[in-house]
Design a protein around this ligand. Structure first.
Ligand code: IMP
Ligand code: MG
Length: 184
């Protein structure tokens, strides 16, 4: 795969390689297998971004977890918006259950907060989150982020499920928006 990709009006530079991501996913899977062996969670995948990470992760889980999805959206282009749209809601009864949210990225944490509130209103016993990437500089919540593949700078990234206006999700590596600092 080339070191740069151009999508619509923007150019992105390769930032984290496929093999490194696979290793991080394996590490997260091992932690989850360990922590949930006695009481498996309901795994809640957030569409669309988390699909690639979720598939990679699920194949490595040895726990007997149920799986469901919700679909939320908050981004337009490369900017997060304050408003979260719930496009597909929660169809499962989560009362008294442990829920493990699977995310592609935690940025400001607004999506996580939205899910956390929704799940607690529905009576969950415990909520944790596994995310492929976390932007600590952008993260504004006090809630813990339990399982993290990579902590990354506050720059826009694509690939491995992450998109720019719907494009770039299929890239096996993660790419960062090209700026003065990271251009080669
Ligand atoms: P949050 O609600 O601000 O934490 O943002 C979470 C959502 O914003 C993610 O699930 C992504 O869909 C999107 N997002 C945040 N940062 C990026 C990025 O760098 N690239 C692509 N999507 C992003
Ligand atoms: Mg997402």
């Amino acid at each position: 795969m080339s070191e740069e990709v151009t999508i619509l009006d923007k150019t992105f530079v390769k930032y984290i390689r496929d093999e490194e991501i696979n290793a991080a996913v394996a590490h997260v899977a091992a932690q989850i297998n360990h922590d949930y062996q006695d009481e498996p969670p309901l795994i809640l995948i957030t569409l669309n971004g988390a699909i690639v990470f979720a598939v990679d992760l699920l194949k490595q889980l040895s726990i007997n977890a149920r799986i469901t999805c919700v679909k939320l959206s908050s981004y337009q282009g490369t900017e997060s918006t304050n408003k979260i749209n719930q496009l597909i809601g929660l169809s499962d009864d989560v009362r008294g259950k442990r829920v493990l949210i699977v995310e592609d990225i935690v940025d400001t944490g607004r999506t996580y907060q939205h899910l956390w509130n929704m799940l607690h209103e529905a009576g969950v016993k415990e909520v944790r989150i596994a995310t492929m990437t976390l932007k600590p500089e952008a993260y504004k919540l006090d809630l813990p982020v339990h399982y993290v593949g990579f902590s990354i700078p506050n720059k826009f990234v694509i690939g491995r499920g992450l998109d720019y206006d719907g494009y770039g999700r299929q890239l096996p590596d993660i790419y960062q928006l090209k700026t003065e600092g990271n251009g080669r």
